[in-house]
Design a protein around this ligand. Structure first.
Ligand code: ATP
Ligand code: MG
Ligand code: MG
Length: 284
């Protein structure tokens, strides 16, 4: 039997794709409403497990790994697809942005590029020794960024925003206090109450699902983001993205994602950050 649908599916709609984090060149357009992200085994395995977890509705639909020009890519749902000139915000979750394993690299070679990035923001930050060396290690750089932004104090930070047709803005390195964040959130939604309510509802649903997700309990979730998307038609939603650093815990170990981090306990503060975020969205 043939069903006549009352609508036209149009995957070929042309719209500018927005990338608010990561390196240029890691993403390619895919077919049928998908995008391709350069693959790593770690992220692929997470997405495969997530497709079988109760978190699935909050994750971009993962299809498969594909080969393109000799490179492996993860083919997943393009979350911007259903929006008209979307506004997008990437918030990196958790009280840490590096894995415990990466701490070991503290003794690794100091990097000149990271030193320069630091000096551009705050010339007084490097120690005398770092100045002599002309370089800093990656964990040193990342810990500094965490203190400067709201990562350490609130358990998440704003990575980037693109509002409708405006240029993307990634200048949130010093957005740190609740007041700072509230201002940016409110400006992002143009203080639209309906959008705010939709975001809060979705964040609460994500929070409740995280609380009972077997995947979440058994993984250290670091460097992962919540992607906020809304448009002028009043559509608004949030998804969990970026599992490039999400790591399974040892058998039998699990996290509550709230208690303070001490080296060895693997806690990431994800839920603590989400609680703070919901508070900020709700305070107006
Ligand atoms: P980093 O680790 O530096 O954050 P990354 O290379 O791991 O970067 P992601 O964080 O996964 O990349 O994605 C980068 C950006 O691409 C996001 O901020 C978002 O703007 C966009 N993006 C990622 N996945 C999707 C998706 N499924 N649909 C729409 N946009 C996406
Ligand atoms: Mg990311
Ligand atoms: Mg990443």
């Amino acid at each position: 039997m043939i069903h006549w649908s009352p609508f036209v599916q149009n995957f070929k709609k042309k719209y500018p794709w927005v990338q608010l984090a990561g390196h240029q060149g890691c993403f390619k357009p895919g077919e049928n409403g998908t995008i391709l992200k350069k693959s790593t085994d770690k992220e692929r395995e997470c997405l495969e497990r997530l497709m079988k977890d109760i978190l699935r509705p909050y994750i971009p639909e993962y299809k498969r790994e594909v080969n393109k020009g000799g490179e492996r890519y993860l083919e997943m749902q393009d979350l911007l697809q259903e929006f008209e000139s979307p506004s997008v915000m990437d918030c990196k979750m958790g009280i840490r942005t590096y894995l415990e394993d990466e701490l070991a690299k503290a003794k690794s070679k100091p990097r000149k590029d990271l030193f320069q990035k630091m000096v551009e923001v705050d010339p007084s930050e490097p120690t005398e020794e770092e100045k002599r060396e002309g370089g800093i290690t990656k964990p040193r750089y990342m810990q500094w960024r965490e203190q400067l932004s709201s990562t350490s104090s609130l358990g998440f930070r704003i990575e980037g925003i693109k509002k409708g047709d405006e240029k993307p803005n990634k200048d949130f390195k010093k957005t740190r206090t609740k007041e700072d964040v509230d201002k940016v959130f409110t400006e992002f939604i143009g203080d639209d109450d309906q959008i705010r309510k939709k975001y809060i509802r979705r964040l609460k649903a994500i929070g409740a699902t995280l609380e009972s997700s077997p995947f979440f309990r058994s993984h250290e979730v670091v460097g992962s983001s919540l992607l906020f998307v809304h448009d002028a038609d009043g559509q608004a939603s949030v998804w969990m993205i970026d599992f490039g650093k999400t790591t399974p815990l040892q058998e039998g170990m699990w996290l509550n994602h709230r208690t303070a981090w001490e080296e060895g306990n693997h806690e990431d503060g994800y839920l603590w950050g989400l609680d703070n975020m919901v508070d900020i969205w709700s305070q107006r």
